[in-house]
Ligand binder design. Sequence first.
Ligand SMILES: Cc1ncc(COP(=O)(O)O)c(C=O)c1O
Length: 379
Amino acid sequence: MRLFLSPPHPSGTEALWLQRALDSKYLAPVGPMLDELENWFKLYWDMPHVLAVNSATSALHLAIHHLREYRHPPDDPRPPLIIASTLTFIASVAPALHQGCEVWLVDSEAESWNMDPILLSRALEEADHQSRQVLTVLPTELYGQACDLDAIHGLTSPRHIPILLDAAESLGCRSYCQSQPWARVTSLNGNKIVTASAGGILASDDALLIDHARKLSMQSREPAAHYEHRELGYNFRMSNLLAAVALSQLETLEARVSRRQDIFSHYQSGLSHIDGISWMPEAAWNKGTRWLSALRMHPETTGWSPEDLRVHLEEVNIESRPVWKPLHLQPVLKQLPVFRNGTADQIFREGLCLPSGSGMSHDDVDRVIHRIQTALTQG
Ligand SMILES: Cc1ncc(COP(=O)(O)O)c(C=O)c1O
């Protein structure tokens, strides 16, 4: 049987929740499940304003659209500037580029694999030097681990730069940082810790942002019986039925997080005797979810590259995946300026994500461990 990297894990109550949605007669896109889902996130993140949309990419798009309109000086002929992590999925920065922003990329720190505050500080100094107002700093929380929000906030707050946190991969992570981002986005797509099959959440203390994003997400209709539009919007809202699926899945969030953490510990102890393997570290400022269990292979010691191991696992029906290719190495983005220390490149060269689905059994994890062990010890 194939072991997937991170497949959806049914909660078992999806049908009940969908039935509730159908009973409410809201087959229409907007309905009471959406309100319930948004209220769930308000409580969970302790943020008063929440919007549910059809993907995290859309949520990021809306937040950037809002910032462009409200924060970019209209008399500045230069494009709005966004500073983002380089070790991430392209969905973090694609919405900014689609909206004509300029993006500067920042490398990772070794401690968390997330945005390096030292390099961020250099990027901000360069922006100051060029008298550029930074529209937002957009760090990603990789593989379920929080970024060092206190350090990042310490740099952005004196400059009044809002932090737009891409927490698409880190739902369920416990951060001990005191600082809050201006806005937080998470994903409920099919490979996340809980899923609506597709979906994204945008949350903030800023009522203006969420009200504007809500309007934009529904074609920017003005409150008039006829269809009146004073600005161009999008069709980005989440449907009531998918909100019902999300609510069903969220009932299991804590258990799913704890299972992923156990799977990581199981890999770690099962492969601890193999020289040349190390693991994504956990930084002191959080308890991460281990959404994906990520290792580093050191080819000089193991004699195997991560790609050799990935192909080998694929041959026995086990899906694994390289760590994100840094955005500054992507052909479509290679012209973007990058503040670099080499960490993301090295993690990309050495990193591999192992199957991490919370539906995996103990035996499934053992199967992966056994395959890696035999490959690396018997050549
Ligand atoms: C870091 C990061 N940002 C954004 C996204 C986009 O999420 P969605 O698929 O909900 O648009 C993902 C999705 O995998 C992601 O990993």
